[in-house]
Design a binder for this molecule. Structure first.
Ligand SMILES: Nc1ncnc2c1ncn2[C@@H]1O[C@H](COP(=O)(O)OP(=O)(O)OP(=O)(O)O)[C@@H](O)[C@H]1O
Ligand SMILES: [Mg+2]
Length: 346
């Protein structure tokens, strides 16, 4: 059996043992960090001056098996809140105090509620438009055939936007569910690109954009991946380049085999999608892959964008243990490059 002191020192979170005499009998390294020093031998009431916490410890010394209380510290003006788990150690009437930092939990909670707020907002915009047009069609425009046709077109567009939003959200959540599963298909990226180019041909033609495909001609660019997801990555990047690039311009999709990528400690393959549009102000680059982040919200919405395309790309690339690099300069177009570990030879 390990001693309780061994267990205490093996714990990754700050923890203390308080004896029946209310003095701190032992503390681990994480506790030394938290309290910036050694508290052993000190009376608990002088070391930690927080009545609610002291009362909780007292209750356990007096016979309660276990309880929890809050501990607040302010370091460098930053407030930190800990949930302190207090439990009796029966053998020697001492008490174990373990300090659990609540910040990670609260951050996750905050992210979830931001996400729900964003989704609701994104859904409400088309919904408000639809409701408005329904009212108009029932009332003032009831007998106006031309207006009716125009409004129905807009309504179809708004309904389409809601549909895309829901599809993108589902695909984002599917990608997240699969985040820990290693993909297993052997995928030839040049084949994926050829397929995407065919699918997006009409969209490119609409904007008189020429898709210039430059495959890697030395060798096939093979990765171990999820074919559907990699198709989505190339689709989202190419679609953006067509939408936000120059009307009448070029979108260049290039693949390269890389002998050695330091981040992978091995060979990699790279796909880059380059447009010759207006480019992106550098101040936005760091945030582009956030959900719902758009540079020009109005323009993106007008083009039917949900602001989820690059968030999906980022998640898929992470699942493949790859890297996404975004380079852009105002007036000089943008290049989105995905680097993936090459499939193991053999
Ligand atoms: N090639 C590009 N050139 C200029 N801006 C771009 C380019 N690609 C993306 N952006 C900017 O980044 C934003 C986020 O792109 P993202 O693909 O995540 O969303 P979206 O295109 O608005 O919507 P969705 O892809 O879901 O239809 C876009 O709204 C656009 O402002
Ligand atoms: Mg997009």
């Amino acid at each position: 059996m390990p001693t309780s002191s061994e267990v205490l020192h093996a714990l990754p979170l700050p923890a203390l043992v308080v004896g029946g005499d209310r003095r701190i009998a032992d503390q681990n390294a994480a506790a030394s960090d938290l309290f910036r020093g050694d508290l052993t031998g000190r009376h608990l009431a002088t070391a930690i001056r927080q009545p609610a916490l002291l009362d909780a410890v007292e209750a356990v010394i007096e016979g309660t098996t276990s309880t929890t209380a809050r501990y607040l510290v302010t370091t460098h003006g930053q407030e930190q809140i800990f949930d302190v788990h207090i439990a009796a150690l029966e053998s020697d009437h001492s008490v174990l105090m373990a300090f659990v930092d609540t910040a990670p939990q609260e951050e996750a909670g905050q992210m979830r509620s931001d996400f729900v707020a964003n989704v609701s907002h994104e859904l409400r915009t088309p919904l408000t438009a639809l409701t408005g047009f329904i009212e108009t069609l029932r009332g003032p425009a009831r007998d106006d055939a031309a207006a009716r046709a125009r409004f129905l077109n807009i309504m179809a567009e708004e309904a389409g936007r809601m549909n895309r939003l829901v599809t993108d959200l589902l695909s984002l959540s599917r990608v997240e569910d699969m985040a820990r599963m290693r993909p297993t298909d052997l995928v030839d990226l040049d084949q994926v690109i050829a397929m995407v180019a065919t699918t997006l041909g009409p969209a490119a033609a609409d904007r008189q954009v020429e898709l210039v495909i430059q495959p890697c001609d030395e060798q096939p660019v093979l990765v171990t991946g999820d074919r559907d997801q990699l198709t989505q990555v190339v689709t989202n990047l190419t679609e953006n380049a067509i939408k936000y690039g120059r009307e009448g311009g070029n979108v260049r999709i290039t693949t390269r085999a890389l002998e050695q990528v330091p981040a992978f400690k091995g060979p990699g393959v790279e796909v880059s999608v380059e447009d010759d549009g207006d480019g992106i102000d550098p101040k936005h680059l760091g945030r582009l892959t956030e959900r719902f982040y758009r540079v020009d919200t109005h323009r993106s919405r007008e083009m039917g964008g949900t602001g989820l395309g690059l968030a999906i790309v980022k998640h898929i690339v992470n699942r493949h243990r790859g890297r996404l690099r975004i380079e852009s300069a105002m007036g000089q177009g943008s290049t989105f490059t995905v680097t993936l570990p090459a499939a193991a030879a053999g």
